[in-house]
Design a protein around this ligand. Structure first.
Ligand code: SAM
Length: 312
């Protein structure tokens, strides 16, 4: 388990044992040259385990606050001065995995044994009120940027400037077209009266009538669509996957954990294309899901799906 610093309660890494096995960290680490990229470092939950098992990790994270928390945690587990031969090392970079190849080449992680993408946001980010990721924080400003240093456009900006057609496209990513259209029209009407600034303002507009899946909180899908758009999440993933395959050694593994069908569809198609063009071998014919007992203790794991591709 990761270090007992209390943070594992704030964000519990999903499918932790499965990721370490998929990357074959323990089998490779004794070689001392095993290199892994954690493209979504977060609070370092997966990287801690990789480093502890002897892997050398390059961690990339868009959110500076998360990166600094991960740095402190990793320093405790794999301090640069640690003399044991059983621990690995880590290098952390504040950046976007859209630039994966450039970052990896700069840090000399160019022929790696494994790359992990654990997509989306961490429970820590969800709990950070200032970002407006959660629909529990009514007064929070609708920001939703992962990287508040490099990204300029917030969720509030999108709700202010996009026209109806653009809003429909935005919400279409997670919602049926009819529901996306109705919500988009309502946004345009509402903003004539008052600017949509906070989580509470947006919730007022969503209202239960925009429920698109009976068991889901009606706010889940509109919030998810906005977050995906603010952070260009699908586009970044589309750009990063081929770069990841390029950076792997023959036999190296690409492991992706996705949390919604938009992400999973992209991953599945990319894996299939890679196999069809004989660049990769799909290891997971069906995705790997967390076990019931993991879901019981970590609700975020509920919608996780892990896929593995091996480079040929
Ligand atoms: C689910 S969390 C990762 C949690 C991490 N595996 C752990 O156990 O602590 C996903 C992380 O990826 C980061 N992220 C999302 N998109 C990114 C991107 N394009 N580039 C870099 N980091 C990104 C988010 O800021 C978030 O911290």
């Amino acid at each position: 388990m990761p270090g007992q610093d209390g943070l594992e309660k704030i964000h519990e890494p999903v499918l932790l044992g499965e990721v370490v096995d998929a990357l074959r960290v323990k089998d490779l680490a004794h070689l001392k040259k095993a290199h892994f990229i954690d493209a979504t470092l977060g609070l370092g939950g997966h990287s801690l385990e990789i480093c502890k098992a002897g892997g050398n990790v390059l961690g990339i994270e868009a959110d500076e606050e998360s990166l600094e928390i991960a740095r402190k945690r990793l320093m405790k587990v794999c301090p640069p001065t640690f003399s044991s031969h059983e621990r690995g090392s880590f290098t952390l970079v504040h950046g976007n995995f859209r630039d994966l190849k450039e970052i990896a080449l700069k840090e000399r992680f160019d022929r790696v044994d494994g790359i992990l993408f654990d997509l989306g946001i961490s429970s820590y980010q969800l709990a950070t009120k200032v970002k407006g990721f959660s629909f529990q924080d009514l007064d929070a400003y609708l920001d939703m940027r992962f990287d508040r240093i490099s990204q300029e456009v917030t969720a509030q900006d999108l709700l202010k400037v996009l026209n109806v057609g653009q809003l429909i496209e935005l919400f279409r990513v997670t919602m049926p077209k009819g529901v996306a259209r109705a919500l988009s029209k309502r946004i345009v009407e509402a903003r004539k009266i008052r600017e949509i600034k906070t989580v509470g303002d947006f919730l007022e507009i969503i209202k239960p009538k925009f429920r698109s899946k009976p068991k889901l909180n009606p706010s889940t899908l509109p919030f998810l669509a906005l977050r995906i758009a603010v952070n260009s999440e699908l586009d970044n993933l589309r750009q990063a996957l081929p770069q990841a395959l390029e950076l792997l050694k023959a036999g190296g593994r690409l492991v992706v954990i996705s949390f919604h069908s938009g992400e999973d569809g992209l991953v599945k198609n990319f894996f299939k294309e890679s196999q069809d063009s004989e660049r990769g071998l799909i290891i997971t014919k069906k995705p790997i899901f967390p076990e019931k007992k993991e879901i019981a203790t970590n609700p975020r794991a509920r919608s996780a799906k892990m896929r593995i591709l091996q480079k040929k």
